[in-house]
Design a protein around this ligand. Structure first.
Ligand code: ADP
Length: 413
């Protein structure tokens, strides 16, 4: 089945065309015919494309909205110059969408119909920056391919709907949860699920036997405690602001700071929230950048004190979460790293794992150093009771597989 995967943002559309079916999933042999992104939608858009043979190209086109962008993409993907081998729109059999917030309503990926569309709309209040754009992507794909082509929504939140109430409730007056659904939802669910699935395939375990801590360390960062194959706790909360230190987000802070920072700095509450989301984390601490590569270079080459401090706080917070999830699960079999930082930086992985010897984790430094650029594998010593792994995340692939599964009525593997 040829599946178009779409992740529609405010001015960006990320996409892939993936060929998948039951046999390909079983042998991990799904094919990516095309991937890329369209940026600056609404003006002169910049289109970055990568074909299956990894040839990259950049194009420009005036695309006034997401609808025009999807229309352009579908025309391109089915043209000879794309190299996909597809020759007509009818060869795109289904569309899978990343949808950020499914609230408590969606515990799994679903086929999109009018009722589902209304429900996604009803969750706009919880994800005002994301769900409206995801909906526009759904409308645009319907317009480009026709109503007969099935569309599937895959939610960032649904993997975490298995959290027990004592993990998802904040200790604030309970009626606030009843009245406004204020609780922890968690995000990055597609990533944590993708990593957990790949890890259990690599280690030959059944889903029930998966007891791991996954760390998605990219620009956004989150940790997830997975026990019996399901998410039982995660570090992001009502919004993605909670939890680990991220590129520009603070992660956990004392809520009383909102008012205090506002009063001291003459900022409104929305301005303080924006400061915590966009000017904090690695960027705020270092005063330099949110990019971990550059921070590591500054720390090494110029011995920059604040770059080092930002890195130390980042790693310390991640290690604290590992410790708390070990306690929450009564131990784990592995810590699994993913995301741009988790997949590429042996140094950060080593620093996070430092001091976890008490939990039985011993790093094999040589194996750790080998794991970059999409490599997967274990980097703890054979004697380690708690293993350490790198398993690159592939959210788009999981969206494609879920789309295949939902459209053909198969159960989750
Ligand atoms: P996003 O969350 O936006 O998808 P990514 O998962 O691509 O982001 O992660 C981006 C982060 O990964 C950046 O901080 C970047 O510096 C970091 N990163 C990428 N490669 C390396 C590397 N070799 N060493 C350290 N950090 C890296």
């Amino acid at each position: 089945m040829n599946i178009l995967v779409l992740n529609a943002g405010s001015a960006t559309l990320k996409f892939q065309v993936v060929v998948t079916d039951e046999a390909r999933i079983a042998s991990n042999d799904d094919r990516k015919l095309l991937r890329g992104q369209i940026e600056r939608i609404g003006g002169e858009s910049v289109i970055t494309l990568r074909s299956s043979d990894s040839v990259s190209r950049t194009l420009a086109a005036p695309l006034r909205d997401v609808r025009a962008a999807v229309d352009w993409l579908v025309a391109y993907a089915t043209s000879p110059e794309s190299g996909t081998g597809l020759t007509s729109r009818a060869e795109l059999h289904a569309v899978g969408h990343r949808v950020v917030h499914g609230g408590e309503r969606f515990t799994d990926s679903v086929r999109i119909d009018d009722a589902v569309r209304r429900d996604i709309e009803a969750h706009i209040e919880l994800a005002p920056l994301h769900n409206p754009h995801n909906l526009r992507g759904i409308e645009a794909a319907g317009a480009a391919l026709g109503d007969g082509v099935p569309q599937v929504a895959v939610f960032d939140t649904s993997f975490h709907q298995t959290l027990p109430d004592y993990a998802y409730l904040y200790a604030i007056p309970y009626p606030l949860y009843r009245r406004h659904r204020i609780r922890r939802y968690g995000f990055h669910g597609t990533s944590h699920r993708s990593v957990a699935y790949r890890w259990r395939t690599l280690t030959g375990r059944s889903r029930d036997a998966v007891r791991i801590i996954t760390l998605h360390l990219g620009n956004g960062c989150s940790a997830c405690a997975i026990s019996g194959g399901v998410s039982i706790d995660t570090s992001m909360g009502f919004t993605p602001l909670e939890g680990l230190v991220m590129g520009t987000r603070s992660g956990d802070i004392d809520a009383a700071l909102l008012d205090y920072i506002g009063a001291k700095e003459g900022l409104s509450l929305p301005q303080v929230e924006a400061l915590l989301n966009n000017q904090s984390g690695l960027l705020g601490l270092s005063g330099l950048t949110n990019d971990m590569r550059d921070l590591l270079a500054e720390a090494h080459e110029h011995n920059d004190r604040r770059a080092r401090l930002a890195i130390d706080i980042f790693c310390y917070r991640a290690r604290k979460y590992i410790g708390s999830y070990l306690a929450a699960m009564g131990g784990a079999d592995a810590v699994v790293f993913a995301g741009g930082i988790g997949e590429n930086s042996a140094e950060i992985r080593a620093q996070i794992c430092e001091g976890l010897a008490w939990a039985g984790l011993a790093v094999n430094s040589e194996a750790n150093a080998q794991l970059t650029d999409g490599a997967e594998g274990c980097f703890s010593t054979p004697e380690s009771r708690l293993q350490a792994w790198v398993v690159p995340t592939d959210e788009e692939l999981l969206i494609a597989r879920d789309t295949f599964r939902v459209v053909t009525g198969r159960d989750a593997p």
